[in-house]
Design a protein around this ligand. Structure first.
Ligand code: NAD
Length: 504
């Protein structure tokens, strides 16, 4: 399989390097107005993946007006045709799944064992929202004695979608599929560190017959292309996934044009393991939820809260397993952790091993570069124990294969420690006590809780965070509430009283 993945990559790279990555505006691959570009390097081996156009305000302007022009026809398309179009996009994604997985892995450093499913999950997102197109408009009937009231939902208009560098393909589909299903047109600004598969995705849509202008992609840096998108007058809403500080900037930038914003931001998610839990399964889940996807995952459980009575034994088993996690070339199916996205991110992640030790935490394993790969952003899976919620490594989002272990004595203390961070995306609870499971699930400050489970997504359920982890929910009908406006229509049943002004 490794060899086959390398062959697939070799068959794609020459074309990618020769043509580079262009914007896709109004169905056309185009250069930046000002001709600016930057080079994209793979974290796997530092090799170039070609040049990427660097969009400026003029490129965003072209894309936003293209989305504006395409909006009425897309909005008014028969809902069955729109549904069929989204299924056709999913067909195209599935056809190219292998190529997408290999490219995503090479561009981001994410292991192929997880990326194999990225394209399939992306296609599933399109199918899920395709099947909901027909109900998207549906509203409520709220009659009174004198009127029939009913609501309908209508697409808000052209929307901006800004995505991060971690698992970019899947996350883009998660935002773009419901926007299109709702009847919105899109301008997508992918992350500059992993731009490659965004074009593959939009190309699938155009191959499926999506009309020009419905889906535009503008590449570039956040402070230029991203900022211009959030400020553009034709863009009615911005759906954003990324860091908390960027989310805050996006609200500010969008304020003068009254943008509706949906923010999916950072996390510092706890996994709480009580003494009565199925400890074998809790161990597997704690490891998987931190070290899969290189730990570059917003829903990863980065703080392990362990009951003191099981602390030493659980920690010993955890240390042994973490030290055996296989780090390597992400295109090798055996690899469990690949290189991080960039050297600067590697430095950030490794710095926390030093910070943690200075603060008094114990380094159990990892915390170093990988031997023989010193020039590339590989890190050894890291585990730090005996931490305290006051420490930086227990407060700040590290976003790498780095787990921090904190002991607790009572249920109240576990909840207090779980809630002691500014974030609130997900929480994971392991206990066999049903009452405690409900109590703790209700008390933890997070948008989502999994009990005796890893993060298993069910697409109709709401996805999103509280506190500094975000504003708004995705998933099922929640997505339509963001991409659509609710309109109330009130019709008089008869001659209700109308006060007469200006009468003799
Ligand atoms: P980031 O905030 O640096 O960048 C995200 C996107 O925003 C990029 O496309 C970037 O170019 C753009 N951007 C940057 N500055 C901008 C500005 N001023 N205006 C408009 N756009 C701008 O995030 P990242 O480092 O790419 O991604 C990692 C972060 O994403 C982590 O904090 C992670 O937790 C978070 N994340 C959250 C979720 C979630 O669902 N809550 C999912 C995935 C990732």
């Amino acid at each position: 399989m490794f060899k086959k993945n390398l062959q697939t990559l070799e068959s794609i790279l020459p074309e990618l390097r020769a043509n580079g990555i262009k914007h896709i505006i109004n169905g056309q691959h185009v250069e930046s107005e000002g001709g600016a570009s930057f080079e994209n390097f793979s974290p796997v081996d530092g090799a170039s993946l070609g040049h990427v156009v660097s969009g400026q305000a003029e490129d965003i302007d072209k894309a936003a007006w293209a989305a504006h022009a395409a909006f009425p026809a897309w909005r008014d398309m028969h809902h069955k045709d729109r549904r069929d179009m989204l299924h056709a996009i999913a067909d195209e994604v599935e056809k190219r799944a292998e190529e997408i997985a290999v490219l995503e892995s090479y561009d981001t450093g994410q292991p192929i064992r997880f990326m194999k499913k990225a394209a399939i999950r992306g296609a599933a997102n399109f199918r899920f929202f395709a099947d909901r197109v027909i109900d998207a408009k549906n509203g409520l009937s709220t009659p009174d004695m004198a009127h029939v009231n009913y609501t309908i939902r209508q697409p808000i208009g052209p929307v901006g979608i800004i995505t991060p560098w971690n698992t970019p393909f899947m996350l883009s589909t998660w935002k773009i599929a419901p926007a299109l299903a709702a009847g919105c047109t899109v301008v997508h600004k992918p992350a500059e560190l992993s731009p490659v598969t965004a074009n593959r995705l939009a190309e699938c849509a155009h191959a499926a017959g999506l009309p020009a202008g419905v889906w535009n992609v503008v590449h570039g840096l956040g402070e230029s292309a991203g900022k211009a998108l959030t400020e553009h007058v034709a863009i009615r809403a911005v759906a954003f996934i990324g860091e908390t500080t960027t989310g805050s900037l996006i609200m500010k930038q969008g304020a003068p044009t009254l943008k509706r914003v949906h923010l999916e931001l950072g996390g510092k998610n706890p996994v709480i393991v009580f003494e009565d839990a199925d400890l074998d399964r809790a161990l597997d889940a704690a490891i998987f939820m931190k070290y899969s996807l290189n730990g570059e995952r917003c829903t990863s459980s980065s703080r392990l809260l362990l009951h003191r009575s099981i602390y030493d034994e659980f920690l010993a088993r955890l240390t042994e397993r973490v030290s055996k996690i296989r780090v390597g070339n992400p295109l090798d199916p055996e690899t469990e952790v690949g290189p991080l996205i960039h050297r600067s991110h590697q430095e950030k992640v490794l710095s926390y091993a030093g910070i943690g030790q200075e603060e008094g935490a114990r380094l159990m394993t990892g915390g170093t570069k990988v031997k023989g790969q010193e020039d590339h952003p590989y890190v050894t899976p890291t585990l730090m124990a005996d931490a305290d919620p006051s420490m930086r490594l227990a407060q700040e989002e590290i976003f790498g294969p780095f787990l921090t272990v904190i002991p607790f004595d009572t249920e109240e203390e576990a909840v207090e420690k779980a809630n002691s961070v500014k974030y609130g995306l997900t929480a994971y609870i392991w206990t066999k006590d049903v009452g405690r499971a409900h109590r703790v699930a209700q008390a933890v400050e997070s948008g989502m809780v999994w009990v005796n489970s890893q993060n298993v997504r069910h697409l109709p359920t709401p996805f999103g965070g509280v506190k500094y982890s975000g504003i708004g929910r995705d998933g099922g009908d929640y997505s339509f509430d963001f991409y659509m406006e609710t309109k109330n229509i009130s019709i008089a049943l008869g001659d209700h009283p109308i006060p007469k002004l200006g009468n003799d």
